[in-house]
Ligand binder design. Structure first.
Ligand code: ATP
Length: 251
């Protein structure tokens, strides 16, 4: 149901030696919303994602997902609960095709064992499902392209398709449009909108392009020096004086 919380961080703190990357962050994400996390360089956005996905353990605080405390779950377990993050290009199999990359994850998730060794076996239901994710993200013409031969933007899209193959209820997208020109950026934003509508996804998004953030988000959380400066609807955030100061007029 919409309007209920699906993800929450509770007093999340992460320190690296003397650096406090996150300090007592209470983030609440509601089911079905697109929630953007913005903030200047070094604000803690990536660290927040890393602690939510289990890539890094927090120094203190908890992560709640779908009513359960997942703080101590490994990053491999979280996708099985429905919490996924777009794969980075270094997590893709470069020498395999686009379709194979998605199919490995479909088969691994559905069969419960790592599926690289069964690529040869043509289990068509897995192939069809993988193909469906590729269509959703606009890579359906590239099934047989070797991943290493994809453009930068297409690799980022493939990273989203692979995450979709885990059937997430919450998807974390870390700068999905970085390195893209304006047309490709707009196409990617439209694609994310369609994913939300068609799959009912909740999306937590790190994005530097402020036009995209203001246009797409239901709510925005602003991080600054590891702390939440403000959370609210785009028009509220845009008018917030503290936020404007943190960006030195850059909005
Ligand atoms: P950017 O927009 O530049 O990616 P960010 O908002 O994602 O920045 P983080 O990458 O989370 O910010 O970094 C927050 C702070 O934590 C920074 O001061 C950074 O230098 C520090 N930091 C992040 N990761 C590490 C690490 N592995 N070791 C030491 N310090 C780190």
């Amino acid at each position: 149901t919409a309007g209920t919380e699906i993800l929450r961080t509770e007093e999340l703190t992460k320190t690296f030696g003397g650096i406090v990357a996150l300090r007592n962050v209470d983030l609440s994400v509601e089911r079905g919303e697109l929630h953007a996390v913005i903030g200047p360089n070094g604000a803690g956005k990536t660290t927040l994602f890393n602690t939510i996905t289990g890539t890094l353990p927090p120094s203190s605080g908890r992560v709640w997902f779908d009513g359960e405390d997942v703080t101590d779950l490994s990053q491999e377990e979280r996708p099985h609960r429905g919490l996924a993050r777009s794969f980075q290009s270094n997590q893709l199999f470069n020498d395999l095709t686009v379709l194979e990359n998605v199919r490995i994850v479909v088969q691994t998730m559905r069969s419960g064992t790592f599926a690289l060794n069964v690529l040869g076996d043509g289990r068509s239901k897995y192939r069809e499902e993988a193909s469906d994710y590729l269509e959703r993200i606009g890579l359906d013409g590239q099934h047989n392209t070797k991943t290493k031969n994809l453009s930068h933007g297409d690799q980022r899209r493939l990273g989203i398709a692979v995450a979709l193959a885990t059937e997430p209820s919450v998807l974390l997208l870390d700068e999905p449009t970085s390195g893209m020109g304006s047309t490709e950026t707009r196409e990617t934003a439209d694609m994310i909108d369609e994913l939300r509508q068609e799959l009912g996804l909740t999306i937590l998004l790190i994005e530097h392009d402020m036009d995209i953030v203001l246009a797409m988000s239901d709510r925005i959380t602003v991080l600054n020096q590891g702390e939440i400066l403000a959370t609210g609807a785009p028009d509220v955030i845009r008018e917030n004086e503290e936020v404007q100061n943190a960006y030195l007029g850059g909005m």
